[in-house]
Design a binder for this molecule. Structure first.
Ligand code: SIN
Ligand code: NI
Length: 254
């Protein structure tokens, strides 16, 4: 893959999400999937989500070398910077595993309203499929253009109607469901409304999500599981080693 095309950047800016096929090689997929599966066995009990939608393990990169290599993956970060148009840091990562037949959707929400950020120009997530994720295994669905709605309070991802009650106009946007092969990813703007379908298959849905923020982001003082242990003061820049800037490879090597 060379530098991503202007068309891809334009598509991202218009819709608030984009699919990037084959961001990982087959060998990387195998290594990162095996690493994620092993990490899950050890850490499933630490899941932040207790509602049965998925296992959500946060900041894998701080505890696991293989997970760190994926979260700090230079190519993924490079694409994130090109799409966002600003220098980025890792805000956090999430290993999101939907067990076979979990029977629960991740309901429509935006990500940004949950976060204790201020002074940020952009934030976005790379949702990387480590197994094939067709719709019936729980792929993502997006509301194109919804990234322009930046004023809503946090939404309940267990309530299918919450986002649409907060902004009824979003209900009428045609929804785009994006199946991914292992090694593909989507990038979505942190204000883009999205949901993930239930896993109705016999195979676990394993996704690794790397969440990037504008490198100039400050802490706004609100509680959040990632920042609570750090004893930050309001308006402090989120620029410590807890929020690394992935190395940027020369464009020719992408
Ligand atoms: C999911 O994969 O189930 C949800 C991911 C997200 O909300 O970003
Ligand atoms: Ni989300």
């Amino acid at each position: 893959m060379t530098e991503i095309s202007e068309e891809l950047v334009a598509e991202y800016r218009e819709n608030g999400f984009v699919r990037v096929p084959g961001i990982l090689t087959a060998a990387e997929v195998e290594r990162f999937r095996e690493g994620a599966a092993a990490y899950l066995v050890q850490h499933r009990h630490e899941s932040l989500e207790k509602g049965g939608v998925f296992s959500q393990l946060v900041n894998v990169w701080q505890h696991d070398e293989t997970g760190r290599d994926l979260t700090l993956h230079p190519k993924v970060a490079r694409v994130a910077e090109q799409l966002s148009g600003v220098p980025v840091r890792v805000w956090h990562d999430q290993l999101l595993v939907k067990e076979p037949h979990n029977n629960a959707a991740t309901e429509f929400h935006q990500d940004r309203p949950y976060w204790p950020h201020t002074n940020d120009r952009h934030s976005l997530s790379a949702w990387i499929a480590l197994v094939d994720v067709p719709p019936e295994r729980g792929c993502m669905t997006f509301l194109p253009g919804s990234q322009h709605q930046t004023t809503l309070q946090p939404q309940n991802l267990h309530d299918e109607d919450d986002l649409f009650q907060l902004d009824p106009s979003l209900r009428w946007i045609p929804r785009v469901t994006v199946p991914l092969r292992a090694g593909d990813c989507t990038f979505h703007n942190s204000y883009t409304g999205h949901m993930a379908l239930p896993n109705r298959t016999d195979i676990a849905r394993i996704a690794h999500v790397t969440i990037y923020m504008d490198a100039a982001t400050h802490f706004n003082g609100n509680p959040h599981p990632v920042t609570d242990p750090l004893n930050l003061t309001p308006n402090q820049p989120l620029n410590s080693d807890s929020f690394p800037q992935p190395a940027q490879p020369p464009l020719s090597s992408l």
